[in-house]
Design a protein around this ligand. Sequence first.
Ligand code: SF4
Length: 258
Amino acid sequence: MDQFWVGLWEREKEFMHSVKPEFRHGTGVVGVAKLSAQFYCEYKVENEFVLGEVPTAAKDTGTELHDELMPTEEITPEDFARLVGAKGPNYAVLGLWGAVGGLRLVGMPDHMIWSEGRPLWLVELKTTKGDPIPLWNDQENQARIYGLLLDCMGFDCSKLRLAVVRLRSGALDDGEKRDWAAKVSGALMDGTVEELEEAHQGSMKIHILRHERDLAEAAVEAKRGYWTGEREPTSSRSIGKCRACEYNQVCVKSLAKP
Ligand code: SF4
């Protein structure tokens, strides 16, 4: 097996062994999705810890759709290395990890395209009941931080680009769901994203970003103080966000209480 992979797995073990409950609420590792959610509202992240996660129909639909559009099958690390090391495009995701700004971060992207050991595309799927055109800060930063972790893990990210796909829930029929991942991947690789968006006008927008390490590091820096205990959580200043939030009836910071 290539020395890169042997070294990577060794460093991953060391990273996991170094975990101790040193961050807010006794957390040992911070999920990238959680850190990114701070860009929506930090108090919502705090509420999730203190009051527990609140199930919503939108979350359930989103999870179901993710499973339908991007089903995965577990393979061994050796098979993973062989698959992504071959001339691509090859599709495979792996758990990402790394220490950034004093935080231990972990996360699992939705979809990735590889060739000859290099990540070419990292894809995040976000479902919405509303307009798929806007790209929200939390969604952009989640993809950016995944890119940063790939970089920190030692992958050659010189050709890496990030795609945040915003899809209106209920927009795809069963046939479209079956080949969705291949279609989106093909459009990204061939540069035919606009054509694909046109075919799904009003129901899908693919936001493409360059991998920029400094922007991702700045995003972590902006949110790390909450985890290290250097400061208390901030809260939303948008009544619209509070209205849409599942904690709005119980949150002490809610701007949308009756
Ligand atoms: S109700 Fe508003 S302030 Fe409270 S967690 Fe939700 S978005 Fe944040």
